[in-house]
Design a protein around this ligand. Structure first.
Ligand SMILES: NC(=O)c1ccc[n+]([C@@H]2O[C@H](COP(=O)([O-])OP(=O)(O)OC[C@H]3O[C@@H](n4cnc5c(N)ncnc54)[C@H](O)[C@@H]3O)[C@@H](O)[C@H]2O)c1
Length: 262
């Protein structure tokens, strides 16, 4: 059973952005179970504090930091705080993201486009750059895990800025991977599809539920624990020969035929 130790994450320190969100909380729980110390990062102070209180009331295994990933000063401060408390950063999980409005192409407002691209693409680039700088200076064998979506590959109506931002995140992953390979920093991407949440359940069980279920080859959303394998793989030495990879955990959604306007 020696091979299983490749998945060990003991004594690792991670940042998870968007940690107060549905998916972010799930990823944090998986990493905490694996023994990782985590900086919980989000712009939503109330949600972040409530989550942090629930999982680590004494703040021994976590740092709770309000930080807007699109703001360099916030990101630089975040890195200082983590360095002070945990003295290193091994893993960055870029989970902060926004969906934007449900608008067809001709109705997308310029402000909506800017907002989605700013958080999902610029924010991912900005924090990844600053964390890479930190890792390079300390010769840390780092792992960066970007979170994309099936929509980084497949088309879906009324998701123009979001889909473009996630396609951008996937290509950013490949380009960052090539720049950082010389520094022993690996960059990979986890691309989920429909995740079980209150909102997703409402859609899949609502009047349009049968239509949406048909578009997912497995006809269901993913349970939170179904991301565990991919996350532990990308965060650990078990993926030591992987960089620039996109792992889709989406029941086949990205590869299924796309809908067209009626
Ligand atoms: N939930 C799904 O079904 C699903 C599927 C595929 C991909 N994703 C991706 O997973 C990620 C998380 O999605 P989610 O469903 O948890 O969404 P969510 O809205 O529940 O969580 C996103 C979190 O990001 C935070 N955030 C937004 N802007 C930020 C900023 N500038 N700086 C720091 N934090 C910021 C929000 O406050 C929120 O807590 C997103 O990137 C999303 O695109 C989600």
């Amino acid at each position: 059973m020696k091979w299983i130790s490749q998945f060990s994450l003991e004594n690792q320190v991670a940042i998870v952005t968007g940690a107060a969100g549905g998916l972010g909380q799930q990823l944090v729980n998986i990493l905490l179970d694996a023994g990782v110390k985590i900086a919980l990062v989000d712009v939503d102070k109330k949600k972040l504090n409530a989550f942090s209180k629930k999982i680590d009331p004494s703040n021994t295994k976590t740092i709770t930091q309000v930080c807007d990933i699109t703001q360099k000063k916030d990101v630089v401060h975040l890195i200082d705080v983590i360095d002070h408390k945990f003295e290193k950063i091994d893993i960055l999980v870029n989970c902060a993201g926004i969906l934007g409005a449900d608008s067809p192409l001709l109705d997308v407002k310029e402000t909506e486009w800017d907002e989605v691209i700013n958080v999902n693409l610029k924010g991912t680039w900005l924090i990844s750059t600053e964390v890479s700088r930190y890792m390079i200076e300390r010769a840390i064998k780092g792992k960066i895990i970007n979170i994309s979506s099936s929509l980084g590959l497949r088309s879906q109506l009324k998701r123009i800025p979001y889909a473009a931002s996630k396609a951008g995140v996937e290509h950013l992953t490949r380009n960052m991977a090539m720049e950082l390979v010389q520094h022993n920093i690996r960059v990979n991407c986890l691309a989920p599809g429909w995740m079980n949440s209150e909102m997703v359940e409402k859609i899949l069980n609502g009047p349009d539920g049968p239509k949406w279920r048909k578009t997912i080859p497995m006809h269901r959303a993913a349970e939170p624990e179904e991301l565990t394998g991919a996350l532990l793989l990308l965060a650990s030495e078990a993926s030591s020969y992987m960089t620039g990879s996109i792992i889709r955990v989406d029941g086949g959604y990205a590869y299924c035929g796309i809908e067209l306007p009626e």
